[in-house]
Design a protein around this ligand. Structure first.
Ligand SMILES: *[C@@H]1O[C@H](CO)[C@@H](O)[C@H](O)[C@H]1NC(C)=O
Ligand SMILES: *[C@@H]1O[C@H](CO)[C@@H](O)[C@H](O)[C@H]1NC(C)=O
Ligand SMILES: *[C@@H]1O[C@H](CO)[C@@H](O)[C@H](O)[C@H]1NC(C)=O
Ligand SMILES: *[C@@H]1O[C@H](CO)[C@@H](O)[C@H](O)[C@H]1NC(C)=O
Ligand SMILES: *[C@@H]1O[C@H](CO)[C@@H](O)[C@H](O)[C@H]1NC(C)=O
Ligand SMILES: [Ca+2]
Length: 555
């Protein structure tokens, strides 16, 4: 019934024989040794490793079962979607399965029965791994391609999203953007986000099914139309800001915004022919391993680089423990053909003690032959536990010292914490988290420094590691102040109550810090709480007022 045209999803990885080994055992005049190169894994079909999420809930058809029509034959609505019947269900996994020849299997949405409320769906693909596209992303739609959709990507595991490409039959109307084609991009605009009308026009539901994100056309700007000069592309990726990142992602999201309309307006009398049906999403990419690995394996539910060059991490994004003498760097494609491995180096390597003062070096000459001769002019290693890669030589001390220590460290080898920070006991000296901020409470402590366990120096009355608590007998108000009243020693008198240790709330007739004084002069004889002098005064004033009023009335 359906025209089961085999969709030629050519997922052949690009034939790129570049950077496929990380090291080789070479023999030179000085004997055999390892030589290291920048290296990267081969591209693979990433749909096998993807986690998919389809939103909003209830967008997948079949719950409850629903009939749908096609644009070709809108009045013969014999097709049915039923989630409870495996033969009639269209779950999301059918966007990533292997299809038997000629038999398209697809995810399908509910129909647009709620028109004019938009029919929208998000299809989010997550790899939990940075990957680098090496070929076009191809999305195959059955029954017509959406008239409006967009592609978004995330570089941080779905925390933030960025537009990747817009697709509409009218870019200006849908997105306020002029229509462009990837073909028209140039070297400086190769990583521009564009809106294209190329994949959204109605051409019949079986004629054109694919929507592409053009990676090859972008590569071709540098590597030539047949991608023969890949080294040009790789060189360019090292120098052009943002170019490499453009092809890098951890997640993709298809935002389907308006389905195929069959080339006409929405016909309200038959909304059962409007829906999305996606049979395949092809994403060809390689693991991003920062050019420190040529293999990537699927372990514990996600892809992991098999790191070389003494690097480690999911993306080989840091140096192995004890290999952090120099700061971590990605390897580079340049210089061609082998690139720069930028390997991590071990601490305590041959020249690790070179930065000692001269007199110390001479006392240790017997211990090892690698101890340098002070007259030797070889540039000493700059050992900063990975917190800096710059040193300067202080002539009169004959010391090499690290400069611009990062991660709140300081000292000759960046081995101490800056003032106001203390040593993280559970971190190695070469860990980024080695120094923790003291965080002393400004109002409660004498200064912003702390001891080796993070305790601050507290002012009188303050306590706690950060001096943000008060000792008993003190209350917090921009610092610790001694209690004015409490329930023990400084009890409010005469029925007064203590408000937050700050003051006594006295009954009307009493005053004083602890309500200890009656408001009248205690020497006055009828001072029993009511104040006769006050009353007398009131009487006088009232009398005067009455007099004034009667006076006014007489006018
Ligand atoms: C789809 O994702 C976008 C962000 O990428 C979000 O704003 C929107 O609400 C989502 N739509 C649905 C239906 O979940
Ligand atoms: C993502 O990958 C990291 C590193 O391999 C792993 O620790 C984490 O459990 C993975 N998360 C999920 C949700 O698979
Ligand atoms: C990594 O460390 C090992 C062990 O010290 C060493 O043999 C190897 O040459 C190092 N590799 C690189 C690329 O530096
Ligand atoms: C101390 O270092 C460990 C190891 O790097 C880190 O996990 C932890 O978060 C650090 N502690 C603080 C308080 O920064
Ligand atoms: C830091 O100060 C606290 C509180 O005064 C103390 O208990 C702790 O032993 C001190 N730690 C060190 C390493 O001196
Ligand atoms: Ca399929």
């Amino acid at each position: 019934m359906l025209s089961l045209v085999a969709v030629l999803l050519h997922c052949l990885p690009l034939a790129m024989g570049y950077y496929d080994i990380c090291k080789s055992w070479v023999t030179s005049d000085e004997g055999p040794s390892w030589e290291f190169y920048a290296c990267q894994p081969k591209p693979v079909a990433m749909k096998e490793y993807v986690l998919v999420k389809v939103e909003p809930a209830g967008i997948t058809c079949g719950e409850p079962p629903e009939r749908f029509c096609t644009h070709e034959n809108p009045y013969l609505c014999s097709d049915e979607c039923d989630a409870s019947n495996p033969d009639l269900a269209h779950p999301p996994k059918l966007m990533f399965d292997k299809e038997e020849e000629g038999l398209a299997t697809y995810w399908q949405s509910v129909t647009w029965s709620r028109f004019p409320e938009p029919l929208v769906a998000n299809i989010t693909l997550a790899w939990n791994k940075s990957i680098e596209l090496t070929d076009d992303i191809v999305m195959t739609f059955e029954y017509g391609r959406p008239t409006i959709m967009m592609l978004e990507k995330s570089l941080d595991y779905g925390r933030t999203w960025h537009p990747y490409q817009y697709y509409a039959d009218d870019c200006m109307e849908a997105f306020g953007m002029p229509a462009r084609r990837a073909k028209e991009l140039s070297a400086t605009s190769a990583h521009r986000v564009l809106c294209t009308e190329e994949y959204s026009h109605w051409l019949g539901s079986k004629k054109e099914k694919d929507v592409r994100f053009e990676v090859r056309e972008r590569f071709a700007i540098f590597a030539g139309p047949d991608l023969k000069r890949m080294e040009n592309l790789f060189t360019r990726m090292e120098s052009a800001k943002g170019l490499k990142e453009f092809f890098t992602l951890t997640d993709l999201r298809l935002r389907l915004l308006r389905p195929a309309l069959g080339g006409t307006y929405v016909q309200r009398d038959n909304l059962y022919k409007y829906f999305y049906a996606l049979s395949n999403i092809e994403v060809t990419a390689r693991c991003k391993c920062n050019l420190h690995a040529n293999a990537c394996t699927f372990r514990d539910g996600s892809l992991q680089c098999e790191c070389e060059h003494n690097t480690t991490g999911q993306d080989c994004g840091k140096c192995k423990k004890n290999f952090r003498t120099k700061s971590w760097r990605a390897a580079a494609y340049t210089p061609t053909p082998n690139g720069s491995p930028n390997a991590c180096a071990a601490t305590g390597s041959a020249f690790g003690i070179l930065h000692r003062p001269r007199h110390m070096a001479t006392t240790t000459t017997t211990t090892t032959t690698t101890t340098p001769d002070p007259s030797h002019t070889k540039q000493p290693d700059c050992e900063c536990y990975g917190h800096s890669n710059r040193c300067s030589y202080i002539d009169f001390l004959n010391v090499v010292t690290c400069v611009s220590c990062k991660h709140y460290t300081r000292g000759q080898h960046c081995q101490h914490c800056r003032l106001g920070f203390y040593r993280n006991q559970s971190a190695e000296l070469d860990d980024e988290n080695v120094c923790i901020e003291c965080n002393c409470n400004q109002k409660g402590s004498k200064h912003d420094r702390c001891n080796d366990t993070g305790y601050c120096d507290c002012l009188d009355g303050a306590t706690g590691p950060k001096c943000d608590d008060c000792l008993p007998g003190y209350y917090w108000r921009q610092g610790c102040l001694p209690n004015v009243c409490d329930d023990e020693f400084l009890i409010c008198q005469n029925g007064g109550t203590c408000h937050e240790n700050q003051r006594c709330l006295c009954p009307n007739a009493f005053k004083g810090i602890l309500c200890e004084q009656p408001k009248c002069d205690p020497h006055h004889k009828d001072c029993d709480g009511a104040c006769s002098t006050c009353l007398n005064l009131v009487a006088v004033v009232l009398g005067a007022l009455v007099g004034l009023l009667s006076h006014l009335r007489d006018f």
